[in-house]
Design a protein around this ligand. Sequence first.
Ligand code: NAD
Length: 496
Amino acid sequence: MRFEPQLHHIDGAFIESASGERFETLDPATNEPLALAAAGDAPDVDRAVAAARRAFDDGPWPRLKASERAAVLRAVAEAIRAHAGEFIEREVADIGMPVAQMKGLAARAATNFEYYAGVVGELHGRAFQVGEEFINYTIRKPVGVAGLIMPWNAPLMLSSWRIAPALAAGNTVVLKPAEWSPLTATLLASVLAEAGVPAGAFNVVHGFGETAGAALSRHPGVDLICFTGETETGKAIIAAGAPTLKRSSVELGGKSPVVVFDDADPELCVDAALAQIFTMNGQRCTAGSRLLVQAGLYERLVEAVAGRARRIRVGDPADPSTELGPLIRPEHLERVLAHIESAREQGARVLAGGRRPGGPLLERGNYLEATVIADVDEHMRAFREEIFGPVLVAMPFADEAEAIRLANATDYGLAAYVWTNDLRRAHRVAHALDTGMCWVNSQNVRDLRTPFGGVKASGIGREGGDYAFDFYCDTEIVHVALGSHHIPRLGLGEPA
Ligand code: NAD
């Protein structure tokens, strides 16, 4: 095995599952075993939740001043930077992302902690003066034990971005990483402990969704669940939390449109369209996976995108020249190939890729060529469903109204990208799209202060920026009478 066994981290200690069971993870580049991980189940989740509960009810973490918690989070950021090489090596091995695209990974994770260390200092309530009679004010309080259930496509980035605000607000955490990508979560647990996060305030339970994930999402000792993953899983998690009324934030799938009007800068659009679907191996929730192009520009633009896609270097993710690495697992590759086949059968044109690349090295891993499928229609599965791989589907539109209708013709609504040099149209279209986030003449560039989240089947809630504190904090209102006020007087009459 290339990596050491991935153990749970509970109450400050690395431990095996109560059952002693472990499971094997695979290297997406070769499908060789990569590591063994403790297979957590309900008893392990019970222990982790009990530790987090004690740390919340009696431990120091929620009782520290915000500035003291912020100092620990800044130390976490430093420790992540100090281990940057190790984090990157693990993430590349675990999920097959090209190392060239992972260079900024540890820096970004560190920034997540630093950012929330800064924001928590700004966390304040509001005061409501009611004449001379009352002063009412709000206070923000941590909610309790936060369960974080994370996907495999960007484990460190997505989890650090939730752990940081959860801890900053004074909650304690149980993280359940995806079973296909346990490696950075274990390292993160030791880095957090090293930086001074007290025992029990941050716990990790490895394991499968149906066992460890399900146990966490229904656990009565968990107050809130932050989930990122597939839409169907999100529904199951909300249902599992309903009997104990868990607060939940669910960031789900996407099928985001890239809408290109014929007055847009075609060169920029080609670059952005390629980057938006083929970076991160296409396994990106905000991928621009549907290219909608105004009819006059359609053939030329789609040909240009396909021409460049054919030249994308598919290969070993650890090779710095690789642009597109392997998909996470053989079964996921099969699913993606089935989507391509169904589009082909329904009459769409596969202009680039669509196959596994040849050669003895690449055949061992879950590689797929960068794929561009033209002339889909809005009823095809490839147009409506999330493929979550390096597959771009394209179709033309006639005018603004049709562009909006097609862009909205999916159950999802996570991100959208609009390209036009007509200022008024840009804003009109951005407002008309069913989406949580829209970029105008831009690829996906995020400022940490901005809200992140989707509409429709893409999720419920907003995280990012101080929006995260609406989720990770309770707001309590305190009503204080300053003088006399009317109090109804009961029970002064004769007994009936
Ligand atoms: P997934 O839903 O299969 O798994 C996500 C997590 O949920 C894993 O940790 C898994 O073990 C756990 N899980 C699975 N079944 C469970 C159950 N019944 N109860 C509790 N937990 C359970 O998703 P995935 O395949 O890991 O990730 C890919 C999906 O994530 C894509 O749909 C992608 O769009 C989405 N995603 C969304 C965002 C976003 O912010 N909107 C970001 C990244 C990924």
